[in-house]
Ligand binder design. Sequence first.
Ligand code: AVJ
Length: 323
Amino acid sequence: MPAELRGAELRAADLRRAFADDVRDYLQRRPRQLPSKYFYDALGSSLFEAICLLPWYRITRAESALLERHAREMLEPLKRPLTLAELGCGSGDKLALLATRASERFQSIQLVDISPAALYAARRRVETLRAGPVVLHPATYEQGLTELARVRREGAMLVLFLGSNLGNFDPGPAREMLTRIRAALQPGDALLLGTDLVKPERELLLAYDDPLQVTAAFNRNLLRRINDELGGTFDLDGFAHRAVWNATESRIEMHLASPRAQQVQVAAAGLVIDFAAGDTIWTESSHKYEATHVVAEGHAAGFGSADQWIDTGARFALTRFSA
Ligand code: AVJ
C-alpha cells in the first residue's frame, strides 16, 4: 500500500456504504437513475481510456492538442513556484502533456481521482517527468478541493478541470462546483476548464453510441459493478445502451433500457426492483456548451478574467479563469 493511500483500506468500507446508499436512493427515483461518478472503478476507468481512443470521441484528442500547442502561454501569467492540481486526472496523460511542454519544475503536482487504479497509473505516468513531487488524493471532487486548500503553499496554484468533466453536472450544481473551486483558490491562482461545445447531433450520437460499442460496455459496466460490489443480480444482456441528444437541455443523456419486464435485486442496498418493458435507468448527462456561456458561468461563480483557446473543428474550448 503506497504511503499516500494509507487509510485507503479503512475508507473502502465507507465508500461501499456510500455506493450502496446512492444506488438505493437513485434507483428508486422516477425516472430511475444512477450517479455517473460510479462508472469509474478500475474496469470503468480503462473503458473510458479506450473511449478516448475512438475516432468518434474527439474530446481528448482536441483538448490534448490545445494543451500541447499552448502550454507555455497557459502557464505564463502565473506566479512561481507553481502548484499543478487536477480534479479527475484519470490516466494523467493530459497533465503530463502540459508539464512536458512547460518543461519546468513545479512546487508539487496534486492528483485527485475517485479511482485508485487510475491514480496509481497517473502517478507512474507523471513521475517519469521528474517535474515535481506527486501527491495522490483518492477522493471525490468535493473532498479533493478540501485537500487542495489544505496542502496549499506559497506561489500560485493552477487547478485543471478538463475533459468536459463539468458537463456531468446539471446547470445549478455546475455553477456550485465552479463556486467551490473558486472558494478553494486564492488571488493569483487560476482554473483551466475544458468544455465540449454544442455540435451537430449526428456527431454527438456517434461519440456516445460508437459502432464498436465501447461506450455501451462503459455504460453497462456500472451494472456489472453493482453485481460484483453490492450483490446485484442485473442480467448484463438484459439492458441496452441508449444515447439521446436532449436539445432543450443541451445535453447528451445515456440510459440503460430494459426491453422486457424483469426483476433485479441488489442485496447490499436492500432493493428489489421490478422493471417493466421499456423502463430505463438514466446513468449520465454530458452537457454541451457555447464558448461565451462558459465564460459567463465562470464570472457568475466569482472568477475574474478569462482567456480561451478553442478547437473550431472538434468544437472544444479550454478556458483559463483567474481567481
Ligand atoms: C469523462 C464525463 C467527460 O461525458 O464525455 C464518455 C464520460 N461518457 N462517453 C463525457 C463519457 C460516455 C465523459 N466525461
